[in-house]
Ligand binder design. Sequence first.
Ligand SMILES: *Cc1c(COP(=O)(O)O)cnc(C)c1O
Length: 363
Amino acid sequence: MNEPVSISPRPVLDTLPAYAAGKPPAAVEGLVAYKLASNENPYGPVPAVRETIAEFDAISRYPDPLATLLRERLAEHLDVPAADIVTGAGSLGALTQIINTFAGARPDGTQDEVIFPWRSFEAYPIVVRTSGAKDVQVPLTEDFRHDLQAMAAAINDRTRVILLCTPNNPTGPILSTEEVEGFLAQVPPHVLVVIDEAYLEFIRDEGAVDGIEMYRRHQNVVVLRTFSKAHGLANLRVGYSVSHPHITQYLCVIATPFAVSSLAERSAVASLDHLDQVMERVDQVVSERERVVQGLQDAGWDVPDTQANFVWLPLGERTPEFVAAAERQALSVRGFGTEGVRVSIGEVEANTRFLELVRAFGA
Ligand SMILES: *Cc1c(COP(=O)(O)O)cnc(C)c1O
């Protein structure tokens, strides 16, 4: 065999942070293990999804590349034209498509810029840098919210896209309608504003922004939504964006062909057809979230106001210690360096064990 030659990747690969997916929980004798590390739905999908999967009989056939059935169904639900909906392999697939379409490196070597809050969804820097664009990370405020003033100040002539994440993963707070309207008024109309609403269904704060409303009012807004969280379809990879035709005309050019399988498409439709059952599950998660937040406060913890299916513990240097303590209780949680820990709302028993751990650990 020949010596392997060195085949170099693009230099940008050296700059990419590794996506650290949530780990499965470690086995501990005598304890049921729970994963509270990936914001998954503890109750799973609605029964109609399981029936759809059991009956699925088209594995050897390519899917409809346009996911027509799902887009039509979503169009009815959202009261938007089906043409404004573009599906992707999860909303991450849809986001990658948006970034690759509108931001990258220019022929003259300059880089387009993409502004987003930080800390936020850890896929953002990976997707942005891979496209060849420059990521402009704007630190969150002290109460773990978007610093919209600083984000507006970061806009320059190289800015192409801005990402907003509401509720923000991993910290939990939402953006209000007034905040987003005030921000959009400062964004030039040729700059795209993506509103990532992965946790929309868990919001109970009436003042929260509705991305679809922003899309109706603003030509440069793109909304991102997913079936991974509230609908419990994370493994099937189905999400979508909603934006106006002057944007979607380009998104369709760059779309990965057949990104959404028919199995995923039909499951998403089945879930939409049983939205009342989906929302019952979401209500259970929200009521557990309220119990967990109350329990944290009773134990003397000061946590940011979460409207998602997770809570953020700003533990700083004690982050790794807490992750290890959770592991000993057969709970996998998501630590971020020495910043903090994100804990998903899970099964009732898992949440109760988390609260016991928190009390033992000390605020
Ligand atoms: C989970 C998540 C997503 C996307 O997940 P998909 O499974 O790709 O749909 C997108 N944005 C945020 C902020 C998330 O937390």
